[in-house]
Design a protein around this ligand. Structure first.
Ligand SMILES: Cc1cc2nc3c(=O)[nH]c(=O)nc-3n(C[C@H](O)[C@H](O)[C@H](O)COP(=O)(O)O)c2cc1C
Ligand SMILES: [Mn+2]
Length: 445
C-alpha cells in the first residue's frame, strides 16, 4: 500500500524531499503564475505552491510532475525503474472500488450558482488565447457504457458555465463524443483537478481499459471512486476539485491559441463546447495546473506514457538494450537508447525499432552503457566523441510523424534520423576516463 493517497499527501512527500517551494506573496492568474511555474522548472526549484492567488479563495500548485525526479517520487521508484514499473502495471490492472461518501464532495455547487470564476484558472503563456484548464483529468465513458476513460484535453473558459474543449484524433474521448453526437446527444464528463499524481500519469496513457486500473496497480490498492452528483461518471474520491459537465452535440467554436508541447503556439481550432452542470470540491481545495509548453506537459503526454512502448520494441530487436528515455527537451520527438552492443550493426536496427514504435518519434540516438541518458551533457559528449557522421547517421525521408512538429508538413510527413553514437570498434580512444566518486562533505568544512 502506498502512502500517496491524493495531491495533499504527495505535497507532504515533495516537501520532505525538497521538491516543493512555498510562494506566500499574492500572485495573479494573468501570466504571473505561468511565468513563475516556467522559471521554477528552469531553475529546478521544486513544484511551486502558490498559497495566495489574487481574487480566489483556492490555493494553486503547478509543475507537480515537471521533473523525472518528481515522477519517480510519485511512482515510488527510481528514475531508471519508471519504465519497467509501468510495463508491469499495464499488465496487472486493479479495478477501482465505489464508495458512498467522499471528500471531493464536501462542497457542492449546482445550477445557477455554478461559476467557473471561483476557480483560479490561469492564463499561462504570454500569447495564449485566454484562461485554460490544462491540469484537468477528464473522466468519460460512452453513452450507456460502463468502462471509464481518463485523458487530458485543454479547455478554454468561455463563460461562467461554458468551456471550449479540444479533442484530437485517435482519442478514446473522440470515439465516445462522435457516437453521442451522431445520436444528437450530449456526452457527460467529469473533470478532476488536483489528485494523486498517478491519476495524472494515467491520464496520459494510451490503454485499452480504464486507466484508473493502472493507477490502482501502481498503488497496489484499488482507487476509491464516487458517483458525480449530476451524471453517472465515477471520480477519484480524494480529488481536490471536480467540474461536472456535458459536451454539447453539433456546436463548434474557435478556442486557442495555446502554448503546445512542441514549444510553439498552436493555431485557434474549431472545437466543441462544454456546459458545466456542477462544481464540487474539498474543504480548502488546491487547484492544480500544467503550464503549456512546459516539461510537465511533455513528460505526461509524450515521455512517461510512450517509454514502455519504445522499450518493448527496442528489446524485441536486441536483448542488449538496457534503458530508453524520451528526453523532455526533445518534445517527445527524441528517443535516447542505452545498450550493450554485441554486433556493430545492432545500434542501427535498434534505432529503427525506436522510430516505428510510436509515430511522434523522429530522432533516435543510441549510446553505450557508460553514457547517462538522463544527462544531456553526456549525450552531447557521446555525439562529439563517438559519431562518424557518414557511417553512423542515417535518414528516413518522407515518413510519418506528428503534424504539430514544425519540421513536418501539415499531414505530419517528415524525415526521421537515426544516430549510432556508440563507440566504433576501430576507434582510437577506447577507454573512458572515470574518476572514483568521493563524498565532498568530508573535504569541505
Ligand atoms: C497537458 C496535456 C494536454 C493535452 N491536451 C490535449 C488536448 O487538448 N486534446 C487532446 O485530444 N489531447 C491532449 N493531450 C493528449 C491526451 O490527453 C493523451 O494522448 C491521452 O493519452 C488521451 O487519452 P486516451 O488514450 O484515453 O484517448 C494532452 C496531454 C497532456 C499531457
Ligand atoms: Mn484511454
Amino acid at each position: 500500500m502506498s502512502s500517496i493517497k491524493d495531491l495533499r499527501t504527495f505535497m507532504e512527500i515533495m516537501e520532505k524531499n525538497s521538491q516543493m517551494v512555498h510562494i506566500e506573496r499574492e500572485v495573479s492568474i494573468n501570466h504571473e503564475i505561468g511565468n513563475v511555474i516556467r522559471a521554477c522548472e528552469n531553475a529546478n526549484t521544486g513544484a511551486p505552491y502558490f498559497e495566495h492567488v489574487a481574487g480566489s479563495s483556492f490555493s494553486l500548485i503547478g509543475g507537480v510532475l515537471s521533473s523525472m525526479d518528481r515522477i519517480a517520487l510519485a511512482m515510488e521508484c527510481t528514475k531508471e525503474e519508471i519504465v519497467g514499473k509501468l510495463m508491469v502495471a499495464l499488465e496487472n490492472p486493479i479495478a477501482p472500488v465505489k464508495v458512498e461518501t467522499a471528500p471531493c464532495q464536501e462542497n457542492i455547487i449546482l445550477g445557477e450558482d455554478v461559476d467557473l470564476g471561483i476557480l483560479p484558472i490561469p492564463i499561462h503563456a504570454p500569447k495564449d488565447g485566454g484562461a485554460f484548464i490544462t491540469g484537468g483529468v477528464i473522466v468519460s465513458k460512452e453513452i450507456g457504457g460502463i468502462k471509464q476513460n481518463l485523458s487530458f484535453q485543454r479547455m478554454q473558459v468561455k463563460g461562467k458555465n461554458k468551456l471550449g474543449i479540444m479533442i484530437n484524433e485517435w482519442r478514446h474521448l473522440k470515439e465516445f463524443y462522435d457516437e453521442a453526437e451522431k445520436e444528437g446527444k450530449a456526452l457527460p464528463i467529469s473533470i478532476v483537478i488536483g489528485a494523486d499524481p498517478m491519476v495524472y500519469v494515467g491520464a496520459g496513457l494510451r490503454y485499452n481499459g480504464d486507466e484508473l486500473e493502472v493507477v490502482g496497480s501502481i498503488r497496489k490498492e484499488a482507487v476509491q471512486v464516487i458517483k458525480s452528483i449530476t451524471n453517472d461518471i465515477y471520480v477519484p474520491a480524494t480529488a481536490e476539485i471536480v467540474v461536472e459537465a456535458q459536451i454539447e452535440p453539433g456546436i463548434r467554436e474557435n478556442e486557442g491559441p495555446l502554448g503546445e508541447f512542441t514549444g510553439h503556439y498552436s493555431e485557434p481550432w474549431p472545437s466543441p463546447i462544454l456546459t458545466v452542470t456542477a462544481i464540487t470540491h474539498r474543504n480548502e481545495a488546491i487547484y492544480q495546473t500544467i503550464a503549456g509548453a512546459s516539461f510537465e506537459h511533455i513528460n505526461l503526454g509524450g515521455v512517461v506514457p510512450r517509454e514502455p512502448l519504445v522499450m518493448k520494441h527496442c528489446t524485441y530487436v536486441s536483448s542488449g538494450v538496457k534503458d530508453v528515455h524520451l528526453a523532455p527537451y526533445g518534445s517527445g520527438f527524441l528517443a535516447l537508447v542505452k545498450m550493450k552492443k554485441s554486433n556493430p550493426g545492432e545500434p542501427k536496427n535498434v534505432a529503427m525499432a525506436a522510430m516505428i514504435s510510436y509515430v511522434n518519434i523522429k530522432n533516435v540516438i543510441v549510446v553505450d552503457e557508460d553514457v547517462d541518458i538522463y544527462n544531456p551533457a553526456d549525450i552531447l559528449w557521446a555525439m562529439s566523441n563517438r559519431v562518424v557522421p557518414e557511417k553512423d547517421i542515417f535518414y528516413v525521408p518522407h515518413s510519418q510523424g506528428h503534424e504539430l512538429d514544425p519540421t513536418s508538413d501539415n499531414r505530419g510527413v517528415q524525415t526521421k534520423m537515426g544516430i549510432d553514437a556508440t563507440l566504433n570498434e576501430d576507434s582510437k580512444g577506447l577507454e573512458r576516463v572515470v574518476y572514483d566518486p568521493v563524498d565532498l562533505n568530508k573535504y569541505f568544512s
